[in-house]
Design a binder for this molecule. Structure first.
Ligand code: ADP
Length: 633
């Protein structure tokens, strides 16, 4: 049996592969019944090819369509250039051109990106793609459907929510400056902004920059100070008649601005805007591509508009810092991007924990050093008394555990980091799922259950550590040695992975409980596994192997064995292994085995460490079952 530890990454990758494989099978099964005639999809871009945002959507749609191997889909694209060229004559001319172009090419679906492209194809569908279904995206308020073969993913581009974000972050702001141009599309934004801001006239002094050249816009925003909010909309054209790529204007504005900017477009976040209520363009494109495939496959539920589900408040952590905006004012579920924490912020807890262990270790080693003079005496005394004083034995056992844990600091930090990262990801997902218009309660419950599970996982790691770090009080109870092995395995799992050691855990199905101190027995198991890890260090990494097993021996006693394929025990060392301070390691203390041996004898058990014929060593201990021990006492 393989390690039962949590190979989380492996598990995640495996599940992704399984899901991907099953999706693949499902997709093939669904399309199996579909006619294998080639299909044709035209993607209509509203403006020219310089717009990164729309291009990202187009590319994501194309990628989705090309991924479908059955039926084969031909993908065509045309740029309507409706921001630089406006008016009915131009629209008619371009429609006539496209009608001619696709005269002999029967289009099945036209994907229209943005309102201008949707309006265009609605007006000219009969000429360009008679019979083609229309799938639209990047449109927030499509005109009511005249026919059921026009469907799409609605984008919200919610300026109200973007403004709400700005208000939460800048509650004292008194000015709002709206950056937008004068193309038809720019003006639709201005209309929305005016509707939104008119009722707030008493609270904010509002300026619209649409009447200016881009140069004047830059000058105006650079004169602002931090009591202003800049709402970044689109500038496809300014008053000089020059056409622009809005994202390029947005970049210049945020660079020049003396006040924080907000935008309903994802593309502005990352350039320097503080944030907005946005969707990612990749996600819009991927959903649109899937919808187009559903429409091609004739799925009835495809014929319904959908709302893009990736809408969320998004902010750029760097800009929050730059403008001194307080993160605690963010609406719940806000996605914080570019959160480049300092090493201390990110790993502070672990650095502190590691530092604490190192300090502790140094103190202990220091103490050992100071006691160097007394060592010989102590050694002799130890040998003589065979650590018979219970208190002395416990003190030394405790010190030895602390030292072992010191060696495991890195691995333990890793063990803790995994559930903490999973908790954060699930919490963010749950907030997003609940923050939707139609909250996905089921998915949110699943995310919350994951949080509970990971929290338990993290607290188990802490419990194990606390158990081993505290001085044991001689707690005596019924113990399942399989549990002891499992929790030891969980503690060393990351260290084993780090050291490229493959591990097998073979646990007896039914095992009688033993009576004893769980912390002490875990210490013994941990010590034997750590010794085995050291022993296989000299072996080629591909061959390093440790097997931890439990079994019930013929006489009924319970056995735990740790077998390795390391260096084995030289015959000359065999008799000295359990003597205090016998070590062959450069940094060894030589106390582990003697302590383990004492612990076991106080449990009525026995420790053994021998070389195996095939090479390597076998460390094992046996304990009488609880019932036998009780009868003997
Ligand atoms: P330490 O690990 O500090 O040396 P221990 O008492 O745990 O102290 O071990 C004493 C010695 O026993 C080790 O230095 C090593 O030489 C030997 N030993 C223990 N376990 C093994 C093993 N699995 N394979 C080979 N040698 C071992």
């Amino acid at each position: 049996m393989c390690v039962r530890g949590r190979f989380t990454l492996v598990k995640v990758v495996a599940s992704v592969l399984v899901i991907a494989a099953s999706l693949g099978i499902a997709a093939r099964a669904e399309t199996a019944g579909v006619e294998q005639v080639p299909r044709r999809v035209l993607i209509l871009f509203p403006f020219d090819q310089r717009l990164p945002s729309v291009n990202i959507v187009g590319e994501a749609v194309t990628k989705q369509l090309r991924q479908s191997s059955s039926p084969k889909i031909g993908v065509f694209s045309d740029y309507l250039d409706l921001s630089r060229f406006e008016g009915e004559t131009y629209r008619n001319q371009i429609a006539a051109f496209l009608a001619q172009k696709y005269r002999t090419t029967q289009l099945d679906v036209v994907v229209a990106l943005g309102p201008p492209a949707l309006d265009f194809i609605r007006d000219f569908r009969e000429q360009i793609g008679p019979g083609a279904k229309i799938v639209f995206g990047l449109v927030s308020n499509p005109a009511p459907n005249s026919s059921s073969d026009i469907v799409g993913i609605r984008s919200e581009f919610d300026l109200g929510k973007t403004l709400k974000l700005a208000q939460l972050l800048q509650p004292d702001a008194r000015r709002i400056v709206v950056v937008n141009g004068v193309s038809d599309f720019d003006k639709t934004w201005e209309t929305k902004a005016r509707e939104l801001l008119a009722p707030l006239a008493g609270r904010y002094e509002t300026t619209y920059l649409s009447g200016m050249t881009v140069d004047d816009m830059l000058k105006t925003v650079s004169d602002l100070n931090e009591d202003a909010i800049i709402l970044l909309l689109t500038v496809y054209r300014d008053t000089t008649g020059r056409s622009f790529v809005p994202v390029e204007v947005a970049q210049q504005i945020v660079e020049a601005a003396g006040a924080p900017s907000y935008s309903p477009y994802d593309s502005a976040i990352g350039l320097g805007a503080v944030g907005g209520y946005t969707e990612t363009f990749e996600a819009v494109g991927a959903s649109l591509g899937k919808l187009a495939l559903d429409v091609l496959a004739g799925k009835p539920d495809a014929l319904e508009d959908r709302l893009n589900e990736t809408l969320s408040y998004r902010v750029d952590a760097r800009q929050l810092k730059r403008w001194n905006l307080v993160g605690s004012n963010l609406p719940p579920g806000t996605i914080v991007l570019y959160d480049e924490k300092t090493v201390w912020e990110e790993y502070g807890y672990f650095i502190a924990a590691a530092a604490a262990v190192i300090v502790l270790q140094s103190v202990l080693l220091g103490a050992l050093y100071i006691q160097g003079a007394r060592r010989r005496r102590t050694e002799a005394a130890l040998k003589e008394s065979e650590l018979q004083s219970e208190t002395q034995r416990r003190e030394i056992a405790h010190m030895s555990r602390v030292l072992i844990l010191g060696e495991l600091t890195g691995a333990i930090a890793h063990e803790l980091n995994q559930p903490l990262t999973a908790i954060l990801a699930n919490a963010e997902a749950a907030l997003m799922l609940l923050d939707r218009k139609a909250p996905d309660i089921e998915e949110a419950i699943a995310a919350l259950s994951d949080i509970v599970e990971n929290d338990n996982r993290a607290s188990k790691v802490i419990q194990r550590l606390r158990g081993l770090l505290k001085k044991d009080e001689g707690r005596w109870e019924l113990i399942d040695v399989n549990d002891v092995v499992r929790s030891t395995q969980a503690l060393v799992h990351s260290e084993l992975v780090n050291r490229a050691i493959s591990t097998k855990v073979e646990l007896a199905d039914e095992i009688s409980p033993v009576s004893g101190d769980p912390i002490q027995l875990q210490q013994v198991t941990l010590n034997l596994v750590m010794n085995a890890m050291d022993a296989v260090a000299s072996v080629d990494p591909a061959r390093r192997e440790i097997i931890v097993s439990t079994r019930v021996a013929a006489n009924g006693s319970v056995e735990v064995a740790v077998s390795d394929n390391g260096s084995g025990i030289p015959p000359s060392d065999q008799s000295r292994l359990f003597q205090p301070f016998f070590t062959t390691k450069a940094h060894g203390l030589g106390l582990g085995l003697s302590i383990c041996s004492k612990i076991l004898s106080s449990h009525g058990g026995k420790l053994s460490l021998v070389s195996k014929e095939e090479g390597g060593a076998l460390a094992s201990f046996s304990l009488p079952p609880a019932a036998v021990l009780a009868a003997a006492q």
